[in-house]
Each structure stands twice: as C-alpha cells, then as structure tokens.
Design a protein around this ligand. Structure first.
Ligand code: GAL
Length: 692
C-alpha cells in the first residue's frame, strides 16, 4: 500500500515535471526580494551587522561572489573559501538564503599576466587588460578551462549547501566581438561545422559578387567594420558565431554546476538588449533573468519629471520577453536609487523605486534583487546608491521603498490565489509577438532608409497592446502559436518555406495573424529568393508587392483609413491584393494614390492582416489592431500611455508612469489591497479580482 502511494506520488511528480522545477519558488511567497552584497568590500567585523539589517528590512536572500575570483583563487590552483563560508553562515543566521555567482567577469591578475592570450582583442587591435572587468574572451578555450576549474571547486563546495538557493553565471554576459587570433580560428571552425564544404559557404554568402570567392576555410577572416561594404551574409554568420560563444560558455558553466547542485537553480543576469541575440540561447539554464536600470539621465519618461520615473514600457517589455523563455524568470538587478554611470544621474522621483518593484511583480517574476546593499566607498562605482548609504547604516529613500514593498508583499501572502487566476477578458487578449534578433541584424545592414528602426517598429504594436491591457509574450519560432488568439509577426525579414507554412496552418486552424512589412523577403542567409519580390508570403496574404517606397523626413506620405489620415515615411509596400482581401488602408498622394497599404482577409478558420507600411507615430498600427480585435470580439481597454495593467495571483496591478494622477475604475466585486483608485504619478494600485 505504502509502495503504491509512493509510486503514485512519483508518477505525479514526473507528470508535473515543470511544477517540480517551479518549486524553487513557492506560489505562496508571491515574490522574493534580495540584495547584492560583496563581503570582500567590507571589514569582516561589519558583515553580521549588515546581514542583520538586511533581514530587519525584509530581504529574504542575498547575493555573493560576483566579482571575487581573486579572493576565491588568490593563486593559480589555490582556493580559499573561508571568507565565503563565513559570509554564507552569517547570512543564514539572519534567514538570508544565498545566490552565488561564478565570478567569471573578473579574472584575477595572475591569470591575465600568465595567460595573456585569454584577453579580448578589439577590432582596432587594442588588447584589453587587467584593471576593469569583462576583459577575457569567451572564445578562448584556455580561459574557459581556467574558469571551469574555479567553478567546479565552487560547485563542489556549495552545490549541496541548502543555504545556497541558486547560481548566477558571469555578470551581464554580452555578445563579445573579439578579434583575437583564437576567435578568428573559432569562427573558421564554426563555419566549417556549419557548411562542411567551402562551395556551400560560397553559395550562402554569394561570394561570386565582387570576387569574394574563397577556396578554403583558412582564407576566411573576421569581418571588419571599417569596410562598410563588407559582405553582409558573412556578417550575419559572424554575429551568429559571436552569440554562440557567449551561449556555449554559459551553458558549459551551467552543466558543470548541475553536476553538483542539488535543488539549486542556475540562471544569469542578462541586460535586456533584445537585438543582441543571445538571450535564451543557453538551453540548460533553468530560466533567464535580467537587470534593469530605469533612471540614468535620458529623458525616456513622460512629462517634465519623466526622467525621474523612467520609460513606462521598459520593465514591462523585459518581463514579456524573459518570462516566455522558460515560463519562470527573475530580475537580478534593479536600481535602488541614483546610479553613477548615466549621462546625468538624477534622483528617482519619490515612489519610483517602489513603482519599478511592482512593475516586476506585475509581469509574473518570482524574485527581484537589488543592486546593491551598501554604497561603495571606492572603485568605479562610487556615487552609486545602495539600500544603505556611505556610512553603511543609514537607509536611503530607495531602501525605504524596498522595505515598504516587502511589507506589502508579506501582507498579501496571507491570502495567495493561484498564479494563473486572471480575468477571462484579460486572457482573451493574450497576444504573441514573434521575434528573432537575426531579422534586426539583417535589416540593419540594408535598411534602405535611415528612418527605419526595427525595435521602434515593434514598439508601435507593443505599446498598443499594452494600452489594450493585453498580456503579451515575445516568442521564438520554437513556440507553438496555437495558445495565442492573435500573433503579430513584425518585420520578420528572414524566413523559409517551413515557417510560412507554420503561419498558414496557424491561420487555417483559427489563429489571427498580423504580419507586417519587410517580412519573409529574404531567406535565412539573407539572400533574395529568385521569385517576385516578397512573394514568399503570397500564399498567406494573397498580396503581390508591386514595389516599396521610402520618403524624405520633411515630406511624409499620407495614408487613408476609415476616413482618417495617418503619416508615414520609413517603409511603404505598394500591395496588389487578391480578390478575397479587404483593403483596410490606402496610400494617398504620390503616384500610387489609392493603392493598398494594409489588407485583411479570412483564411480557413482564422484571419490574416498584412500591414505593408510603417507609420510615423504608431497611430495607424493602433487603429488597425483596434479594428481587428473588435472584429474578433476580443474585449480591449484603452489605457493612456504610461498606465499599465497586469494580473497575477488573482490580483490586478495598475502602474502609473504618467505625469498626472490616473483614476482607475476598480471592477465591481473587487477589493483594493494596496493604494487607491486615484493613482498618483509613480503610484501603484493593487486590487483583488473577486470571485466571478
Ligand atoms: C550593472 C552591472 C552591475 C553594476 C551595475 C551598476 O549593469 O551588472 O555589476 O555595475 O550595473 O549600476
């Protein structure tokens, strides 16, 4: 009987593989909050005081050993964990779990001096040196070997340590463009593996053009930026190679840790540079996390004080990009106050730090960690705020906002609802945006107009969706589309037949696809197919593309839709629709006056909307989506820019990044949990969604 019960439990665990993984984070915690600490920066006698303070403020975990390779391995092959043992032990005394880091962003000086070949070489020949950070090349097999030796020691020592909950690899690992001989060698090997024969490479890169033909892989070098007419098929592969170096390095670190780790998660802290092309590229990471800084001088916010609040979609977009990668995500660094590295480093508006915390929560994150507990007294990051100030004890205004957030979360933990308890109309609006950074790389090389901006184009749709109060997932081609009532495919320049077929079958089976200009115009090598321009999409849209046009900034074109006018100049395809299509928007002025810019048609059980033009301000895109969602009977909100609404755990979270108060109509049957219906600038409202 006992056995039977056990096997049933085991069976359930196997079936629910993902929920076993998600058990790193308890639903009943809602979100956990942590803070970076660098024991090596402070006198050992202060550690206990600092951990006690962290605990009193409400933090639940801390984060060690991010840049401490020199302390972990002071001499080659000699490891010292006494300081880390002590710090972990003290943290545990104050109920602080620990996230450990692999320190690979800062190799010690003995390493760089003894093995200078690991140093990253810039394209202009400058070899990076000791004295800053991130100067080692991920493409160097020797560097990897030395890094793995150190990581293995760490993992062996702490992999079984229940006080350690997880691992962060490296620090903000970026795609490196290393021009060292090792990287060049690595690029050749990559190409050899990819193409097998030089003739296939020649074909893929179109090397008959300008006598670029290669007779062996040894002749290939890294593309030079100074050569502005460099073969862009080659650049595409170089970027793929560069991304793969970062991805492989991280993945190998991860697998090494997993050899020892018991019930500990492994992630890293990416900067959300979506076009860089590596986020999500290390398959064995348990989930991806990001770092976010909101106020650093660029006026990205709304109104006069917007620069103190930040861009309203900056955290939302990161949430919607990172969450779908594995379903679970975390935020590893969030600014606690003033930073030191911006063009201008202003104080955040009172309330803004808490607003960002709630923004992270709204997206579904399981944890949020702030950079950093103490303000540094020396080194490159002097003037960077912490949770406490330069005296090590005075809590900063941002520190107080963290405290408030953590208290609010603890209060909400008394009655936690399931994560996916969300109103029906919210779920009905769920929309995916298909994204592949390679499209940006490719378009960027041949923009045809400097007015084009790929992310800006995508943002026009994203911003609209957020104003609808829609949950959005940025997804890759691997994800099944059928979970989404609407999928947007913006400027997806490189596609193959298989992908187009996938889109067709999504639509035929009832999906609603919105495809925008520039999509499927090139193959995966970036070549134009030998067929009428843009015709790869004709089986889907029914449209032929007569030509495309680009206009001068001072003389934008005009579009007509439902009696209203919109302007454009950065890309316009002149469409020849088939008989079944409805024309939703036409060009006026110019010699193609009256011709189609946007078409809509039904296909199978679904619909396909093709938007062949990029408007100046996103108004046309907004009207198209409004019209489409109305037709589909999908209920949408009309939130002003700066106000967002998300739902999780049976709660609605409304965030106000705008420069004036916003009054939210709290639905009947809902109860306000945090804040009030009148939400001030940088304010937050949390309400329970009731039981209907
Ligand atoms: C981040 C970085 C941290 C720290 C921080 C300062 O980009 O990951 O290590 O330098 O900036 O704001």
């Amino acid at each position: 009987m006992k056995f039977r019960r056990l096997s049933v439990i085991l069976g359930l665990c196997l079936l629910a593989g993902t929920s076993v993984q998600a058990s790193w984070f308890k639903e009943s915690d809602l979100i956990q909050t942590g803070v970076y600490y660098y024991p090596e920066h402070w006198d050992e006698s202060q550690w206990e005081r600092d951990f006690k303070r962290m605990h009193e403020l409400g933090f639940e975990f801390t984060h060690f050993a991010e840049f401490a390779w020199a302390q972990l391995e002071p001499e080659e092959g000699c490891f010292d964990f006494t300081w880390l043992d002590k710090a972990i032990g003290l943290a545990a005394q104050y109920d602080l779990k620990v996230v450990l880091c692999t320190s690979t962003a800062t190799p010690p000086v003995w390493l760089s001096r003894k093995y200078p070949e690991i140093l990253l070489c810039q394209e202009n020949g400058t070899v990076l040196d000791h004295g800053a950070r991130q100067h080692a090349s991920f493409a160097s097999p020797l560097y990897r070997k030395l890094a793995f030796r150190m990581i293995e020691q760490l993992a062996r020592r702490y992999g079984h340590d229940a006080r350690v909950v997880g691992w962060q690899l490296d620090n903000e690992p970026a795609v490196q463009f290393d021009y060292s001989p090792t990287a060049e060698e690595g690029f050749r090997t990559y190409l050899q593996n990819k193409y097998n024969s030089i003739s296939r490479l020649n074909q893929a890169w179109g090397t008959n053009f300008w006598s670029q033909v290669y007779s062996s892989f040894d002749e290939i070098t890294l593309p030079k930026t100074a050569q502005v007419f460099m073969n862009h098929h080659q650049i595409l592969d170089y970027r793929r190679f560069a991304a793969s170096q970062t991805n492989d390095f991280l993945n190998e670190q991860c697998l090494l840790i997993k050899k020892y780790a018991r019930n500990q998660w492994v992630t890293t802290n990416y900067i959300p540079n979506y076009e860089e092309g590596h986020i999500g590229g290390s398959p064995d990471l348990d989930f991806v996390s990001y770092t976010r800084y909101m106020v650093y001088g660029d006026n990205e916010g709304i109104g006069r004080r917007g620069y103190r609040v930040g861009n309203p979609l900056r955290i939302a977009w990161a949430n919607d990009f990172f969450r779908p990668v594995k379903g679970v995500y975390g935020v590893m660094e969030l600014q606690p106050g003033q930073v030191n590295w911006g063009g201008i480093n202003p104080q955040p508006l009172p309330g803004a730090v808490r607003l960002w915390l709630w923004s992270v929560f709204a997206g579904g994150s399981d944890f949020v960690c702030t950079y950093r507990f103490r303000q540094p007294l020396y080194g490159t990051e002097q003037y960077h705020y912490g949770i406490v100030g330069t005296d090590g004890v005075t809590v900063t205004p941002g520190g107080r906002e963290y405290e408030q957030f953590m208290q609010e979360i603890k209060m909400l933990r008394h009655s936690v609802q399931p994560r996916n308890k969300q109103p029906k109309e919210y779920v009905a609006r769920k929309t995916a945006i298909l994204f592949n950074p390679e499209n940006s790389w490719s378009i960027e090389r041949q923009k045809q107009t400097y007015l084009w901006n790929t992310l800006g184009h995508i943002e026009k749709y994203y911003r609209t969706l957020k104003s609808f109060g829609a949950p959005v997932d940025f997804i890759t081609e691997k994800v099944s589309l059928s979970d989404y009532p609407v999928v947007i495919v913006p400027a997806y320049q490189m596609a193959d037949r298989m992908l187009v077929d996938k889109w067709i079958s999504y639509v035929e089976n009832g999906g609603n696809l919105v495809v925008t200009c520039r999509t499927a115009q090139k193959d995966r090598c970036g070549r134009l197919p030998e067929a009428p321009f843009g015709s790869a999409l004709t089986p889907l849209t029914g449209n032929e593309i007569e030509f495309f046009d680009l206009l001068l900034p001072a003389d934008p074109g005009v579009l007509q839709m439902d009696g209203k006018e919109y302007t454009w100049n950065s890309w316009g395809e002149i469409l020849k629709p088939d008989a079944e299509a409805q024309v939703w928007c036409t060009y006026s002025r110019e010699f193609y006056e009256g011709k189609a810019a946007v078409t809509f048609k039904k296909m199978g059980k679904g619909t396909i909307t093709y938007v062949g033009v990029d408007s100046k301000d996103g108004q046309m895109e907004k009207e198209i989506l409004k019209k489409l969602y109305a037709r589909l009977g999908i209920p949408c909100m009309d939130l002003p820019y700066g106000v967002t609404l998300e739902y999780r755990n049976g709660m609605g979270i409304v965030l106000n990044y705008s420069d004036c108060p916003y009054r939210f109509k709290v639905p009947q049957g809902s109860r306000i949990l945090v804040g009030s219906a009148e939400i001030p600038t940088a304010g937050v409202l949390v309400f329970s969604i009731g039981d209907k």
